[in-house]
Design a binder for this molecule. Structure first.
Ligand code: SF4
Length: 255
C-alpha cells in the first residue's frame, strides 16, 4: 500500500496508514518509532504535545536528541501549579529544543466564560474544554499527527495501546512509549540524569491543573489524584472529526 501519493504529495487516509504503520513497527523500539514518525513523509507534519508533567521529560529528551526543531506544544491552562511553570522553564532552558510553543485559551473566551477562574468548581468539562481542548485543537490544525506520552501500563483502557492511532479522519496520534513500563521511565531519567518535576517527590505521580490534582497515597492508582471525588476521568483531548469526545470510562489523559 502506498502511504503517500506520489502524484499529489497528499497523505493516504489515516485509517489506511495506521494499521500499516503498526504492523511495520510492532517489534521496533520507542526510539525507532519516534525517529520514523519524525522523518517519514507518510506520517506528515508532526508535533509533540507535552504537559511538562511527571514523566514528560523522557519524550522531551528523546525529541531533543532525534529532531530538536520539532514543534512542542505546551498547553498552559493558566491553572497549572507554579512548580509546573518553573519546571517548564527549566526544561526549555536546558534541553536543546528550538520550537516550544505555549498554547493558551483565547483571553476573550476566558474573560467571557470563566472571568473569575472558578468554572472548574461548577463544570470541569466546560473548563477543560475552554482551557485545554479548544486551544489544542486549534494549535493542532496545522499538523497531520501528534506525539503523546501515553503508555499501556497507565490504565486498563490503555492495555492494548498501539504506536499509531487514528485521531479522527485526518490526524493520527503516535505513542512511542506505549510499551514502556514504570521501570523504563525511571531508568531513562536516571541514566540521562534528567531533572524531575518537583511535585513527584511530594506524592504527585500524575500532574494536571492545581485545582484538580491532589497527592496520591501509597497503593492508589497513579491517576487517582486527578479530579478526585468526581466522575471526570479525562481532559477531553481526544478528537473525532475535529470535535472533542469522551473516549473511555477510566482515568485517561493525553499526557
Ligand atoms: S483540569 Fe481542572 S482547572 Fe484544568 S482545565 Fe480541566 S477543569 Fe479546568
Amino acid at each position: 500500500m502506498r502511504l503517500e501519493s506520489l502524484t499529489t504529495g497528499r497523505l493516504a487516509p489515516v485509517a489506511d496508514r495506521v494499521p500499516v504503520l503498526n504492523e511495520h513497527y510492532k517489534h521496533h523500539s520507542a526510539t525507532d518509532v519516534l525517529s520514523h514518525a519524525l522523518n517519514d513523509p507518510a506520517v506528515g507534519r508532526v508535533a509533540l504535545v507535552s504537559s511538562f508533567g511527571a514523566e514528560s521529560v523522557v519524550l522531551l529528551h528523546l525529541l531533543s536528541v532525534i529532531k530538536p526543531d520539532t514543534p512542542v506544544l505546551f498547553v498552559d491552562t493558566q491553572m497549572l501549579f507554579p512548580e509546573t511553570m518553573a519546571y517548564q522553564q527549566e526544561l526549555a532552558a536546558s534541553l536543546p529544543l528550538t520550537d516550544i510553543r505555549t498554547i493558551r485559551a483565547d483571553q476573550a473566551a476566558v474573560d467571557f466564560d470563566d472571568p473569575d477562574g472558578t468554572l472548574h468548581q461548577f463544570s470541569t468539562d466546560s473548563c477543560c474544554n475552554l482551557r485545554k481542548t479548544v486551544p489544542l485543537e486549534k494549535a493542532l490544525g496545522g499538523f497531520d499527527a501528534w506525539i503523546t506520552g501515553r503508555k499501556r501500563f497507565q490504565a486498563s483502557t490503555r492495555s492494548t495501546l498501539n504506536f499509531f492511532e487514528e485521531d479522527g479522519e485526518h490526524r493520527m496520534k503516535i505513542n512511542p512509549l506505549a510499551h514502556w513500563g514504570r521501570e523504563d521511565i525511571e531508568e531513562y531519567i536516571v541514566n540521562n540524569r534528567l531533572p524531575r518535576h518537583p511535585l513527584v517527590a511530594k506524592g504527585y505521580p500524575s500532574i494536571g491543573c492545581a485545582p484538580c490534582t491532589s497527592p496520591v497515597k501509597p497503593g492508589e492508582d497513579p491517576r487517582a489524584g486527578r479530579w478526585r471525588g468526581s466522575d471526570k476521568t479525562e481532559c477531553g483531548i481526544h478528537f473525532i472529526n475535529g470535535k472533542a469526545v469522551r473516549m473511555v470510562p477510566a482515568k485517561e489523559s493525553a499526557a
